[in-house]
Design a protein around this ligand. Structure first.
Ligand code: LMR
Length: 325
């Protein structure tokens, strides 16, 4: 019996994510929570011929609590999205309190659930979630993840597009470390499998596109928002990986985590000077089992890592100070 709770399910990421979850036939129960529309979305999804029972809860009558009760996995996409001219950081003022309120309920209702944060700015909203759970005394670092899978998806897609030819994007496995915003996103093409035979000048525009891929969508949507379907795809891919690990398979995926609480993370936190970082994580039945080493970086990647860490430190402290204010 596996239940997933999607918080923010009436949004433009939440709704396609709910469809992917229902269509996948890997859940027994899917609960949707949002401020509007979710009972209707649940009814709509219930016409699909897969086993999951879908329920929609609005805020009235303890709706969030009902949606979270018994959840094994919680995915939070709630909050506002970017418009042209905005950075992800501009979303923080609104989205930070949304995250705090959701995680205050998670702490009480499903403290053992594996939680995934999609709501931007992930670099700062994850620290808000962590601080909220710490305050409630229920924080378990191996069960809380900022979703950075879209950066990994983009790193494969954009290098395949740049190389042309017949190579499928998924053919390229490219680790992406750092955070989920601009220069904090660091695709490691020096560690790509198969090897990507391009020099630094050729890689520069590809790296830039991965780092600022979100802006490409914001611009193209002309005021109608930011990434929705590709983010839902990425979020679902991450959830599927968590479930696969839960079923006993060996799984490695990138995620943005609180390093000191995960085996192998303390050393990396000390080396980098940050407690939060996205990198390869090994997953087991109940969450992260180990942080994998970053590995060898090229000279150019070392320089980009310095820039990423500078920005990341500011983003992290924004999240942590929100909760200590
Ligand atoms: C993305 O990477 O596309 C998302 O985080 C949305 C955004 O605001 O860029």
């Amino acid at each position: 019996m596996t239940k997933i709770a999607l918080v923010g399910a009436a949004g433009q990421i939440g709704t396609p994510l709910s469809l992917l979850c229902k269509a996948s036939d890997i859940f027994d129960e899917i609960s949707l929570y949002d401020l509007v529309h979710v009972p209707g979305i649940a009814t709509d999804l219930m016409h699909i011929d897969t086993k999951a029972k879908v329920s929609g809860y609005l805020p009235d009558n303890g709706g969030l609590q009902k949606a979270l009760t018994g959840a094994d996995i919680v995915v939070v996409t709630a909050g506002i999205a970017r418009k042209p001219g905005m950075t992800r950081d501009d979303l923080f003022k609104t989205n930070a309190s949304i995250i705090r309120d959701i995680f205050s309920e998670v702490a009480v209702t499903c403290p053992n659930a594996i939680c995934c944060v999609v709501t931007n700015p992930v670099n700062s909203t994850v620290p808000v979630a962590v601080e909220t759970l710490k305050k409630a005394g229920t924080f378990e670092p191996t069960r809380l993840f900022g979703v950075t899978t879209l950066d990994v998806v983009r790193a494969s897609t954009f290098v395949a597009q740049a190389l042309g030819g017949s190579a499928e994007p998924k053919h390229f496995k490219v680790p992406v470390i750092g955070g989920h915003s601009g220069a904090t996103i660091l695709p490691l093409y020096s560690q790509a499998h198969p090897a990507v035979d391009l020099h630094d000048e050729q890689l520069a525009p590809i790296i830039h596109r991965v780092q600022f891929g979100g802006d490409e969508i914001v611009k193209s949507k002309q005021g109608a928002g930011s990434a929705t379907t590709c983010m839902a795809y990425a979020g679902f891919r991450f959830v599927k990986a968590l479930l696969s690990a839960r079923n006993g398979n060996s799984v490695v995926e990138e995620a943005y985590v609180y390093l000191p609480g995960i085996p192998g993370g303390k050393e990396i936190a000390a080396q980098l000077g940050v407690d939060y970082f996205a990198l390869k994580i090994e997953f087991g039945k109940s969450g992260a089992t180990r942080v994998l080493p970053i590995g060898e970086l090229s000279e150019n990647e070392k320089k980009l890592l310095d820039v990423a860490l500078r920005d990341l430190k500011t983003n992290i402290s924004t999240g942590v100070s929100f909760m200590s204010a």
